[in-house]
Design a protein around this ligand. Sequence first.
Ligand code: NAD
Length: 275
Amino acid sequence: NTIPLCELSNGTRIPQLGFGVFLVDPPEAERVVSDALEVGYRHIDTATIYKNEEGVGRAIASSGIARDDLFVTTKLWNADQGADTTLPAFEASLDRLGLDYVDLYLIHWPAPARDAYVDSWRVLERIEKSGRAKAIGVSNFLIPHLDRLIDETGVIPAVNQIELHPYHQRRELVEFCQGNDIRVEAWGPLSQGKSDLLENPVIVAAAAAHGKSSAQVVLRWHLEQGNIIFPKTTRRERAIENLDLFTFELSSEERSAITALDRELRLGGDPLEVN
Ligand code: NAD
């Protein structure tokens, strides 16, 4: 297996490249994840709100892969945030996944209008201590949300999973995370198919130079930036393609040309608004 492992602040190791299942239809999830595991992925990123945890769990159960060799992330949905609702929501996720622990449990959005992410975080700390999540973190948190968590609880999230791609690089937030030992997970690494990123001439030229696809070039850029990624596809041949990132390296010119594509293009939800 050529996928590098990244060490999180508590020593947990996470494959830098995994497989995401946002918008994978629940009836299709088992087949899609079984394919992903078969072609070599060992890190699966799901969430309660994706409504496909059962399918992910069935694919894991039938894979025959040792639990120790898998890395499974799921996330607390916003409506379940709060001191009394977080633990039952977590346990329901474990049930649906058919697992007795997850590797990483995340607060999906800060949902600031609910003002409940600090309470939820204290519950996640207890979950981590109980061993039912090997690591805990957050998603879509901005600097003020991270500052508040750290100030009020003293416990630093292992990761912050944020929208991040060449058109939306979020340098200030990334630097804050790096400075605080919070690993950055990039969601929407290919810009979710919602932009012209894969047709951008800079990407197309690098792809031609290496005999790779545009998607492979963008994913390779992420790995070289140190981001943890889990691109999504329901197509087995693309799952294979997205895993084939370890036989080439971008030149420093190509890397900086891609880094120069930043245009603050947010394609997903606004972390201040999603509730
Ligand atoms: P993505 O950037 O991975 O894009 C997925 C889309 O890119 C696919 O639907 C397909 O159209 C296209 N694609 C994939 N492989 C391709 C290839 N080789 N060539 C050409 N096109 C290709 O977007 P995503 O799925 O939104 O993000 C990845 C994962 O991040 C999700 O599945 C999910 O696990 C996670 N995520 C988290 C949040 C969050 O709020 N925490 C939000 C969105 C996604």
